[in-house]
Write a new protein. Sequence first.
Length: 487
Amino acid sequence: MLEFNPRKYAVTLKLVFLKAVNDIYPEARVEIDHSLNNGTYGTIDLGRNLKEKDLEKINNRMKEIIEKDYEINLICEDNDTLKLKSQKIEREDIRKFLDNSGWTGMMEYEVGGYHDFMYEKPYSSTGVIKLYELTKYNEGFIIKYPLKNANELPPTIDNPKMAKIFQETGRWNSILDVSTIGTLNEKVLNREIGELVRVNEALHHKNLARIADQIVEDERIKLVTIAGPSSSGKTTFSKRLYIHLRASGKNPIVISLDNYYIGRKNVPLDEHGNKDYETIEALDLKLLNENLTDLIAGKEVEIPEYNFISGEREKKGKMMKVPENGLIIIEGIHGLNERLTAAIPKENKFKVYVSCLTQLNIDNHNRIATSDVREIRRIVRDSLARETAAEDTLAMWDSVRRGEEKYIFPYQEDADVLFNSNLVYELGVLKRYAIRELIRIKPDSEYYEEAKRLIKLLYCFVDIDIKYIPDDSILKEFIGDSIFYKY
């Protein structure tokens, strides 16, 4: 019996799906875009709107392909051979990827006469697929597959706000004329990257200004909460939003949730008996809500100060008062959880969800996971700002992801606005910093395979010089030399 591997399962299912589409609609153009609703979202361009009956035909053909248990044959994995024959490949996205990248790691596979290019290895035959779900969603489809074991699909959820932000990011990529690694690398090689960076950063500023305007236009808003998963750029976002609000005539004050930790000795334990610093129970919610209520009422309040060395709150904190025409900004992982600010009426709050949601794909059929970009951001920042080895960052990453799934992702649809902090060009910048740390991981490490996987992805990108990056960019939070903080 084959050992269940979620990555192999996903690639195998993708090949089954793509062959089924090609068998029924050979002229169709398929794009596998991004994760959504605990599945993968994509589109099928048929020259008309995709219909339920189209997916029903595709689904029936998928079942036939699985039942026939076609062999999946590796045709070529030699980089040089693929690059030499790139001009004979019909798909422009693959040609551009091969022509504008160095070592790509791309592989050509054949299944039942259908040829395609995969970035990761599938199982050896189609019959291994036992469980999946294909449904229509918006203008495209969502395909779900097991994530943890072969006999269980992830729960059904609907994230319409997340879908909308991905749609907006797709529009941004159209403005930038970049949707795949090949098109990005082409911009770098043609010395067009400077303009692309400036336009991409301008889109960020435009979105920030729009969020600031929403806040300013509603006089009821007294509190802005900012939340998001690790390495999303929340701190830089908060500082940039502060500036935009100031430019709009508001006088914000910023409160750090770190100062409301109940103290190291009082932090509750998780299911494994370890101190759970991520749980909302690690915060003094009563004191926080008292302080926020008093500040909104116009009172001067002593804000506690947490000492991370002693693990205790200091007796003397900082006196704060909301100035005229002011509001409060707080940033932390629980910012979307209503329990955090339960004493403040909903009409007085504005919740922002910040995340790094990459829409840049390797090619039309191979996407880049958003978690991979955040993982690479974290590796770079940990090494530069905290002198933490990449191996140590990888060791804690699963725990970080579990905390996000428990404390952040369930609340993302409760946000008033979502901000995508991803920059389409960023992996070309992060590449040099991340690889320098990842190659230090030795073959006997349990994180060696993950390091190799990330290095393989980064090698697909042409290096981008940091001279193009403005000093207020969210990216500077990870590579250093930000105008907001230095390291």
